[in-house]
Design a protein around this ligand. Structure first.
Ligand code: HEC
Length: 124
């Protein structure tokens, strides 16, 4: 592989590994749709219904306000309670325990979109 091609491959790899970097910009509008489709049944995902959440489940506004927000969103599927019901193609299941709630699937690309949407909830 020539050096230029290696450079591009390295750049794309870094962009994929560092959510929020210029090349990994997701589609915030699609992220909002995904959040309302998959996450809203447990989380408050937008200021529209700020007080409608299940008490112990953090709102996306609160999660987005944290310093390590992008780390938390980009690895949410590996953080309890999600490993039981969130599926990501290419990521092995952490457990085979039958899910107590409906499962859903999001791709790594869609997680970039969710991240782009979560960024819009930050007060900067
Ligand atoms: C079936 C309910 C449910 C669904 C659906 C759900 N979550 Fe959660 N999520 C939770 C609960 C409960 C917590 C709090 C866990 C805790 O405090 O230990 C949580 C916490 C989180 C956290 C913080 C994790 C941490 O370790 O700080 C993130 C980020 C998150 N959810 C993202 C998402 C995203 C993105 C979706 C949709 C793609 C989603 N969740 C769908 C129930 C859910």
């Amino acid at each position: 592989m020539c050096i230029a091609v290696r450079g591009i491959v390295a750049l794309v790899a870094v962009a994929w590994l560092v959510p929020g970097s210029a090349l990994a910009e997701g589609d915030a509008a699609n992220g909002e749709t995904l959040a309302k489709t998959h996450c809203q049944r447990c989380h408050v995902v937008s200021p529209e219904n700020r007080y409608a959440g299940i008490e112990s489940t953090p709102s996306f506004m609160m999660l987005s306000s944290r310093d390590d927000w992008s780390e938390r969103y980009s690895t949410f599927f590996d953080r309890p309670p999600h490993p039981v019901f969130a599926r990501v193609p290419g990521v092995p299941r952490r457990t085979n325990i039958p899910s107590h709630v409906a499962e859903f699937e999001v791709t790594l690309e869609e997680i970039d979109d969710l991240l782009a949407y979560a960024r819009t909830l930050r007060k900067e």
